[in-house]
Design a protein around this ligand. Sequence first.
Ligand SMILES: Cc1cc2nc3c(=O)[nH]c(=O)nc-3n(C[C@H](O)[C@H](O)[C@H](O)COP(=O)(O)OP(=O)(O)OC[C@H]3O[C@@H](n4cnc5c(N)ncnc54)[C@H](O)[C@@H]3O)c2cc1C
Ligand SMILES: NC(=O)c1ccc[n+]([C@@H]2O[C@H](COP(=O)([O-])OP(=O)(O)OC[C@H]3O[C@@H](n4cnc5c(N)ncnc54)[C@H](O)[C@@H]3O)[C@@H](O)[C@H]2O)c1
Length: 472
Amino acid sequence: MKKLKTDLLVIGAGSGGLSVAAGAVQMGADVVLLEKHKMGGDCLNYGCVPSKALIAAGKQAYTLRHGADFGVADVEPEIDYAVAKDHVHQVIETIAPVDSQERFEGLGVNVIRESGIFTGPDTVQAGETEVTARRIVIATGSAPFIPPIPGLDEVPYLTNETLWDLRERPDHLLIIGGGPIGIEMAQAHLRLGSRVTVIEGETAMGKDDPELAKIVLDRLQDEGMVLEEGALAEKVTGKDGEIKVHAKDGRSFTGSHLLVAVGRAANVDGLGLKEAGIKYDRKGIKVDAGLRTTNRRVYAIGDVAGQLQFTHVAGYHAGVVIRSILFGLPAKAKQNHIPWATYTDPELAQVGLTEAQAKKEHGINMEVARFEFQENDRAIAERKTTGLIKVMVVKGRPVGASIVGAGAGDLIGVWALAIASNLKMSQISGMVAPYPTLGEVNKRAAGAYFSPRLFESDMVKRVVGFVQKYLP
Ligand SMILES: Cc1cc2nc3c(=O)[nH]c(=O)nc-3n(C[C@H](O)[C@H](O)[C@H](O)COP(=O)(O)OP(=O)(O)OC[C@H]3O[C@@H](n4cnc5c(N)ncnc54)[C@H](O)[C@@H]3O)c2cc1C
Ligand SMILES: NC(=O)c1ccc[n+]([C@@H]2O[C@H](COP(=O)([O-])OP(=O)(O)OC[C@H]3O[C@@H](n4cnc5c(N)ncnc54)[C@H](O)[C@@H]3O)[C@@H](O)[C@H]2O)c1
């Protein structure tokens, strides 16, 4: 057995692990990185990147079908699903070098392509190498949760790990789960010509503001998606090409293909966590505010830490632990300024508290400022007027923002900055946004907060009257 000593050992080369390794090595630490499967992890190979690439293919088909209002005749595009999948793989291949073993070795990281297993509190075995490290970061991510539904293992089903290799277009795709994976893939497949039925046990897009989520779900249903809410899948029967999902309330749905998208399971098995004194449960590894596990030398970041599961969260966690590990400085991971977006058309984005959460937390001290995309000139010019922004405000500062509409994922950035920096609504309304841009909706929402205070105030009118009387 080869023995290695290092400053920092990172287990998992996905969004979180790669960010820690790249940051730490470039700041002078000795870094060993373990990866048991593909460099780049879920986001690059099975998650964000392939899903956004397939969504782009769907968008292209939709654009061809909907040109008439612009004077460009609608056409029914000829769709080659296998070529759309080629596009998905080309996008992955184009981005892959950034996450590659070669790039990381070039930065000075010792990359070992093995599975890591703890053999002690500061020791991990990786194949024929035993690594002892001053600090260890677990960034092993998550995998699709496969629910114990009777019959599921007797039919062929897809997950986010296998969908990208499917070459034949599903005639009728059944999707169990109406979360972001299910809904994003529903729209992409609808637009590429599949029939789609989403089978959701509770409410689809249930983590988002219901008023805004409804706008997305209505659009998808207009495009042909069949949405069955309150339909908890509890049995699967049938065979290849004819799969039947039975819901608890007696409803049943038949389709040619089945995608299971009912959440994630943290990758904690087989890591030997008990050997290292690291506590975990079904949701993930237990961490404190500084992302330290119950073993003070070991940190857990990204999906395996069981909090919000997004690539930008894994990246943010990386920054927090680098500060703590490399500089010994106190560092805490916060959640209130973390945005997320679902890349449907229209997009749906959130940061901080939703309206319902803000009402619960702040009661009558909370006000909601709203602005509709139908009043934005750029949205009108581009016929993208389906959209709405809501900003939850307490004592003149935003505590949350929800946006549905074109570019919502980009627009939410302003509110993520505002909340992270504790900015006031007056600073957002004072910002000058270029005309005509969708970005003006942010400024106008802030303006909507001040409008009643300025335009409906007797005091303001009295002051203006007084000044005008004496102004030379
Ligand atoms: C379909 C889909 C779409 C998504 N879209 C988005 C999106 O648009 N935006 C967004 O922000 N997020 C999105 N996500 C979420 C995002 O992919 C994850 O939050 C992100 O990948 C988490 O990064 P991570 O570093 O924690 O884990 P991962 O990226 O999963 O990386 C973990 C790595 O650890 C390795 N590993 C595991 N165990 C071991 C071991 N014992 N030894 C060595 N290596 C090990 C794995 O092989 C893997 O490479 C999406 C997810 C899915 C499934
Ligand atoms: N755009 C993005 O950033 C993006 C896109 C996709 C995924 N993700 C990440 O991946 C995570 C996982 O996504 P997801 O959509 O798999 O999970 P999810 O947990 O967000 O949604 C799963 C849905 O499945 C439903 N469900 C569970 N069991 C069911 C059953 N037996 N029958 C019917 N419905 C059932 C749940 O009620 C829930 O609505 C997300 O939470 C997010 O962190 C992010």
